[in-house]
Design a protein. Structure first.
Length: 63
């Protein structure tokens, strides 16, 4: 399935949640979609748990 189709399905799900459930349901569906996306990236091996918890070194700070 292409990323365009995945994006379209996600947008339709958010639209239905917003229309039928209100803004709270829209936010819930968006948050759960983000969690699912990150979990999928972990399963595929594109992300490592340490990517979120590593501290920056002094040389990496941006101003």
């Amino acid at each position: 399935m292409s990323m365009a189709v995945v994006g379209m399905v996600a947008g339709m799900a958010l639209g239905f949640a917003g229309y039928f459930g209100g803004f709270g349901a829209f936010l819930l569906v968006a948050a759960l979609g983000a969690v699912g996306f990150v979990t999928g990236r972990f399963v595929e091996g594109d992300l490592e748990p340490g990517d979120f918890f590593r501290s920056r070194e002094r040389g990496d700070r941006r101003r």
